[in-house]
Design a binder for this molecule. Sequence first.
Ligand code: SDX
Length: 435
Amino acid sequence: MAADSNSPKTVTLTQGEGGEQIELPVLDGSIGPSVVDIRKLYGATDMFTFDPGYGATGSCVSGLTYIDGDNGVLMHRGYAIEDLAEKSDFLELAYLLLEGELPSAEEKTTFDNAISRHTMVHEQLSIFFRGFRRDAHPMAIMCGVVGALSAFYHDSTDIHDPVQRMIASRRLIAKIPTLAAMAYKYSLGQPFNHPRNSLNYAENFLHMCFAVPAEDYVVNPILAEAMDKIFILHADHEQNASTSTVRLAGSSGANPFACIAAGIASLWGPAHGGANEAVLNMLNEIGHKDNIAEFVARARDRDDPFRLFGFGHRVYKNFDPRAKVLRQTCHEVLDALGVQDPLLELAMELEDMALKDQYFIDKKLYPNVDFYSGIILKAMDFPTSMFTVLFAVARTTGWVAQWNEMITDPMQRIGRPRQLYTGPTHRDYVEIGKR
Ligand code: SDX
């Protein structure tokens, strides 16, 4: 939906029947819904707006990612996700998100080299891992070690210095795969692998995860291509819960490493990035296609908290365009590996049944990005506990781009939502012996 140039420039709010009126400006974007600017509302009416979950609230101006949930559209800086997944690579998308334009060949080479030469982490950081139990969830480790980066890189925490912002941004994009691979190796009791500058971003990540000192490791190009595509599809997604967490943390002036650690914590939830792990656990719980109807019935039952993980979305009320690309990738990877995964067959049966179920049709619940990613990652030999970590690896690029955009936004102020208070009104204190 293009921004309607004929949209009203103001909306008028009338308080009660024939009451006082307030005129609020309407702001148009380049595409998508316009917004009502309510910044003067409280001063004029002593009232707040009310929007739990911010589903109808624009929190910022952004030019990074556009989503049209009704038509299943996702664009980064105007480029369709389908084109980027097919023709680009993850670091080119990172450059596009950070700089606003696709790089020239020379710019791409310079950027790739800059990232690959920041992939090592301070050797002292590896000591942090020793403090975790081997069976610690890797997302718990990521929350800890990413936040700890600010203890090592004081020379890139001044958020008002554009050079330091750029260094911190590149350090985060470069080091997050290294830390993720370290979390995986630590859980296995295997030695950490150092990054290799001769490998691209996805190849390097697979090398750091799966190479062992006892033998040579050759990256499977099919898996590397699938990994890069999964990174592209998870890179950024407008003002989702974890991105909004990063922006809110950053609005207080917190350093970028702490902000990204906050984003990782938010992404971990099963309603958000934790869904890919929850999809695999759900498919294992369903176990056989004969049980699908029972689980779909439970998902329909408002009194049953069970939801079909991998279905539904706050914004997409049509197919998640990323799910469409991943569905194709899923078949390509499993075919290429010669993997007959009964869970994929079960997933296809579940998708088919859910898409025909009237409840899911009425509620516009379609498979989302998490529905297929877990099956691909399982085929690539990642444990389910690593699925959300891989989501965090990719989303760090989006978080970093959104953080930079926020810091340089002249409208930027510290985030401070208000509330509808429903607690007790004033009461006098009574000493404990007299209550
Ligand atoms: C991600 O925001 C982003 O962009 C996120 C993300 C990103 O890239 O950052 O896209 C990544 O988080 C994808 C979503 C992954 N989560 C899951 O797959 C978990 C399962 N999905 C649900 O938890 C749910 O769909 C949410 C959390 C994703 C959305 O929840 P909402 O906002 O409550 O969904 P809705 O308003 O569209 O729900 C409409 C109705 C509700 O029923 P009623 O209250 O109207 O009776 O549909 C129901 C919901 O209860 N519903 C489901 C359902 N999802 C929504 N019922 C059964 N199974 C489901 N999966």
